[in-house]
Write a protein that binds this ligand. Structure first.
Ligand SMILES: [Zn+2]
Length: 163
C-alpha cells in the first residue's frame, strides 16, 4: 500500500512548495534571521514565496512541509494545545494522542503529523484539542479556547494561561 502519493512525498519533505510549486532551498538560520540566529539550525525556504520550515536539530531533515506566516502561527497554536493534551497526562503518550487526533480528523494515522497539516487542519486541531481540554477541566483550560477572530488572525497567545 502506497503510504504517500508522490505529490505528498515531495511536499511533506519540503522538496516542493504547496503554495507556488517552488523548490525550497536549504538555509542557515542566520541567513534568514541575521547573525543573532547563528547556530539556531537550518530551514528550507521557498525562493518563490518565502514559505519555510525548520529542520530537526543538527540535521537537514525538514520537520514537514514549508509554511506561510499564517500557517506557521496556526501550527504553533495547534502544537501548544496538542502538547498540553498529552503532556498534562490526558493521553498515555504522544503517539497515543496522535492516534486520538487521527480518529477525530478521520484521517489515516500516517498523515496525522503537525508538520503535514495545512491551515484548515490546524484550525481543526486547535478546535479538537481546546474542546477536549475544556471538557476535561473547564477551570484550568477554558482560557485556551480562542474566538474565531483570533484564530483567523492566528495571533492569540494561548499558552500564557498555561502553567
Ligand atoms: Zn512557494
Amino acid at each position: 500500500m502506497a503510504r504517500f502519493t508522490p505529490e505528498q512525498k515531495l511536499i511533506f519533505t519540503a522538496r516542493k512548495c504547496p503554495y507556488c510549486g517552488g523548490v525550497p532551498e536549504l538555509r542557515e538560520a542566520r541567513e534568514i534571521f541575521g547573525p543573532a540566529a547563528e547556530g539556531r539550525g537550518r530551514y528550507y525556504v521557498c525562493p518563490g514565496c518565502g514559505a519555510r520550515v525548520s529542520c530537526h536539530p543538527y540535521s537537514e531533515q525538514p520537520k514537514g512541509r514549508v509554511a506561510s506566516a499564517r500557517l506557521r502561527a496556526l501550527r504553533r497554536q495547534a502544537h501548544r494545545l496538542f502538547d498540553i493534551v498529552w503532556k498534562d497526562g490526558h493521553k498515555r503518550s504522544r503517539y497515543n494522542a496522535y492516534s486520538w487526533l487521527a480518529l477525530r480528523l478521520g484521517r489515516p494515522r500516517h498523515l496525522v503529523h503537525m508538520g503535514y497539516f495545512d491551515e484548515d487542519d490546524c484550525l481543526r486541531v486547535i478546535d479538537l484539542c481546546s474542546r477536549f481540554l475544556v471538557e476535561r477541566d473547564p477551570e484550568r483550560y477554558s482560557a485556551l479556547v480562542l474566538s474565531p477572530e483570533s484564530r483567523n488572525n492566528a495571533c492569540g497567545d494561548i499558552d500564557a494561561s498555561h502553567k
